[in-house]
Design a protein around this ligand. Structure first.
Ligand SMILES: *Cc1c(COP(=O)(O)O)cnc(C)c1O
Length: 490
């Protein structure tokens, strides 16, 4: 039985809110602008609450179970982040308050900027971008502005490895660049010879993910970056995979020119339906002037040891504002809290444990599953969900069957260069018992694939709703009840 839509419950005339008496005179609304009928659900407060609570219980979340969604870093978000973000001084601050009234908030943003610079090895950062993809856009716009500023107008192409996240080519083409795909080699690295063949004076830059989406550290990262720099291009780092690097390796030291960081992946701010994203963008010295602004800065440093005065600073050749107000400030408070709680040693331990957990799962699953690029992995491991002697079983069936064991499926069919890909990112916040339970489920599923494949093909069996028709759901998305024709026409 599918869950009832909120449109199916309630009855005409039921109301869930009590509006206060108006404190202004009532005005007549121009009738011609009003819809004759608005097909909204009419429900009481309790019905609405029960409906949404029931719906939330149908969802899997990090608080209900293991969530190894590769590339998404679904780690536990500590509760203390929520407490600090809700402190009235932060939560009730208005973005248009003058700087002298928001010194505390500005200090949080300033210190977060300093820490991100230190963690990733860069000279400047802007907290404005609202997501990883938004940080990418900021970065590629800065690369464009940099070339233009030097009168270097011939550069029209961006190189992107075939293992890249889909947002990379989307960002480049949105920014007006021609995208040239670079294949991976047999070890899962960028093919250096093919890359070098594209390094000419029309090269604007390379978008490069390290560790890449195979979960592998690029073995020739320095050579790749050098080749692009020699041709006069810049290197954009997709920092969504920073969870493998904290305190161990700094992309800025490797030679990256610009990098975005996903606070909602690496630095425990909520994901997806849990809250807005935040994708700060970091740059090396030669791009600092182009950062989106304004940026939190120190505008006055008293000599007598008093607290500095913070204010808004606009970089000299800024690409402009990319976001209303100052970015997702609530997420800045959460990430600040997380970094403060971890400290330098804690952050390094985060990455060490994330890498250890992924390699533990790799070791336990290898043999039962094919590991297409078999090297020590970083924070995630990519397997093939296919067997030559069970041709009717697909990665999707494995993903669905995992739900019967209470686990969120891993990312599947990505990266595109692995057939029937299953991309598993356990994160550092899971303990050995959880990893073992997941490994046992995966091994049982591999056995079922050979003995009782129909169990996989019909999965999930224990969830409220069974196997969905995902094509139909995507093609005929229904977000609300059907709107009667006469309403649409009115
Ligand atoms: C998540 C992710 C992105 C995009 O980040 P969003 O915040 O979802 O826009 C880009 N690249 C990689 C490798 C990612 O995992």
């Amino acid at each position: 039985m599918p869950e009832p839509l909120i449109y199916d419950i309630g009855a005409p005339g039921r109301v869930g809110v009590a509006f206060p008496e108006p404190d202004v005179p009532l005005a007549d609304l121009p009738k011609e602008h009003l819809r004759k009928d608005l097909p909204l659900p009419e429900v009481g407060e309790l019905e609405a609450l029960r409906h949404f609570t029931r719906m939330s219980q149908l969802n899997h979340s990090i608080l209900t179970g293991f969530y190894p969604l590769g590339s998404c870093t679904m780690k536990y978000n500590p509760v203390i982040n929520e407490e600090t973000a809700r402190l009235p001084g932060f939560a009730h601050a208005h973005p248009l308050q003058p700087a002298e009234m928001m010194q505390g908030s500005l200090a949080i943003m300033y210190h977060l900027q300093e820490w991100l610079k230190e963690i990733a090895g860069f000279a400047g950062v802007s907290l404005q971008p609202a997501a990883g993809a938004h940080g990418e856009l900021a970065g590629v716009m800065m690369i464009r502005a940099y070339h233009q500023d030097r009168g270097d107008s011939k550069r029209n192409k961006i190189l992107i490895p075939d293992s890249a996240h889909g947002t990379n080519p989307a960002t480049s083409s949105m920014s007006g660049y021609r995208v040239v795909e670079i294949p991976s080699d047999a070890r899962g690295n960028v093919d250096l010879a093919k890359l070098k063949a594209e390094c000419d004076d029309t090269l604007a830059g390379l978008m490069f993910t390290n560790p890449n989406t195979l979960g592998l550290f690029e073995e020739q990262v320095v050579e790749v970056i050098d080749a692009v720099h020699k041709a006069g291009g810049l290197v954009y780092g997709d920092g969504a995979n920073m969870n493998a690097l904290l305190g161990i390796c700094r992309p800025g030291d490797l030679g990256f020119d610009v990098l975005h960081i996903n606070l909602h992946k690496t630095f425990t701010t909520p994901h997806g339906g849990g809250g807005p994203g935040s994708g700060p963008v970091c740059v090396a010295n030669h791009l600092v002037d182009f950062l989106p602004g304004p940026i939190a800065g120190i505008v006055e440093q008293p000599k007598d040891g008093d607290a500095p005065v913070y204010g808004w600073v606009s970089p000299a050749k800024t690409i402009g504002r990319l976001k209303a107000f100052h970015g997702q400030f609530g997420m800045h408070v959460r990430a600040f809290t997380y970094i403060l709680m971890q400290g330098a040693e804690g952050l390094r331990a985060v990455s060490e444990h994330a890498v250890l957990n992924a390699n533990y799962l790799k070791a336990r699953l290898q043999g039962a599953y094919t590991v297409p690029y078999d090297r020590v992995c970083m924070h995630e491991v990519v397997l093939e969900g296919r067997w030559s002697d069970a041709p009717e079983v697909h990665a999707l069936d494995i993903a669905k069957r995992l739900m019967d064991f209470g686990f969120h499926p891993p990312t599947n069919y990505f990266p595109l260069i692995v057939r029937e890909a299953l991309m598993i990112e356990p994160t550092e916040t899971e303990d050995l018992a959880t990893l073992d339970a997941f490994a046992e489920a995966m091994l049982k599923i591999a056995e079922e694939a050979h003995t009782t494949p129909e169990i996989l093909q019909q999965a999930p069996h224990t969830t409220k709703n069974g196997r969905m028709d995902e094509v139909r759901a995507a093609r005929q998305l229904m977000l609300c009840c059907e709107i009667p024709r006469e309403v649409e026409a009115a």
